[in-house]
Ligand binder design. Structure first.
Ligand code: DAH
Length: 339
């Protein structure tokens, strides 16, 4: 028995000392001390030895068991430390390492212009109002004095959903919604997306407009001109001058086309303004009394002015972009340049 115990003990000691792995260590524990383990089996076989020998043999086996248990515990602690050290070495942070460059997002050039327009108009007391892009013919045309057979419809050929519902061709539709939902006096602007069946270097089927409408007593062309001068100065700089040219829109009377001194050359004449010194920027005018009346506003009491720049055009001018489509392609190289 003594020999058997000693040989098992030395075998176990060797295995434990050489063990480098926690899982293997557990296997060793099971091999010797588990339910069917070698030492456990020895304890079971005690019944076969002489009664007088039993206490001694029991002591022997138990002390071998304790020794193996102790050794396993020691090695277990060492191996656990090793695992921890390896883990810490792997997770070491090199604080001198240069950090990764995080690419910051940027507001799209078009939205920068929208933001500027909105900020400028809000500072002048305008309320921002939005309207639906899928619109009734009534708001987009009829109530703006463009009946079904009006030739001005040809210039705004858009996408019809049904006979009476279309993708709005102008944000002027929001003028009607404002006049029918607000009591004068009011000043509103309406930024948004618009649609037309058009596509070339200066036209896109989806584009953007910014509508403005003021309705009050005694509003005149002078107010329109001073307000637009103020707005375009905020956009292009203090030295900007504007000029009105006669034009035609069914919903304004009189109507004007508004030009501003070229932001690139300041009015001297350059390639961008085709040497004219001016850039055509927006349509505007005094609200046609018929349009006021159609939306229930007494045109004997109230007058109004309206204006509607194409925002894509403004963004092209501000950023000297030659092709409108670049604004919608979202080519990262182009957007990087616009930062
Ligand atoms: N809606 C017009 C267009 O798309 C632009 C415009 C002209 C808007 C005159 C206005 C305005 O508010 O008064 O061509």
């Amino acid at each position: 028995m003594l020999e058997q115990v000693q040989s098992l003990l030395s075998q176990a000691k060797k295995q434990i000392e050489e063990c480098q792995d926690l899982k293997v260590l557990n296997d060793i524990r099971v091999e010797y001390l588990g339910k069917q383990g070698k030492i456990t089996n020895l304890l079971h076989s005690m019944k076969d030895i002489d009664k007088e020998e039993r206490p001694k043999a029991g002591q022997l086996i138990n002390s071998a068991r304790q020794e193996i248990e102790g050794l396993i515990k020691d090695v277990q602690i060492k191996l656990n430390e090793k695992v921890l050290e390896e883990k810490m070495a792997n997770e070491k942070v090199d604080i001198s390492e240069p950090s990764k460059v995080i690419e910051k997002g940027e507001i799209h050039p078009l939205h920068k212009v929208f933001d500027k327009l909105i900020d400028a108009c809000v500072s002048m007391g305008f309320t921002v109002l939005t309207g639906p892009e899928v619109e009734y013919d009534y708001y987009n045309f009829e109530a703006l004095n463009v009946p079904k057979d009006h030739p001005a419809r040809d210039m705004q050929d858009t996408f019809f959903i049904t006979d009476n519902i279309l993708m709005r061709s102008q944000t002027s539709s929001v003028q009607v919604r404002a006049m029918q939902s607000m009591k004068p006096p009011f000043k509103i602007v309406s930024p948004g997306r618009t649609y037309r069946a058009d596509s070339d270097a200066t036209h896109s089927p989806v584009f953007h407009q910014f509508e403005g409408l003021v309705v009050d007593k005694n509003v005149s062309m002078v107010d329109l001109k001073s307000m637009l001068t103020q707005l375009l100065k905020m956009l292009f700089g203090e030295n900007t001058k504007i000029r009105f040219r006669p034009s035609y829109f069914p919903f304004t009377e009189p109507s004007v086309e508004v030009d501003a001194t070229c932001p690139s050359c300041g009015g001297k004449g350059c390639r961008l303004c085709k040497n004219t010194g001016y850039m055509e920027l927006l349509g505007a005018g005094m609200v046609n009394p018929k349009v006021l009346e159609m939306s229930g506003i007494d045109s004997n009491q109230y007058t109004g002015f309206a204006f509607g720049p194409g925002v894509d055009r403004l963004a092209m001018v501000v950023n000297k972009i030659p092709d409108l489509r670049m604004m919608f392609e979202n080519d990262m190289k182009f957007l990087e340049q616009m930062k």
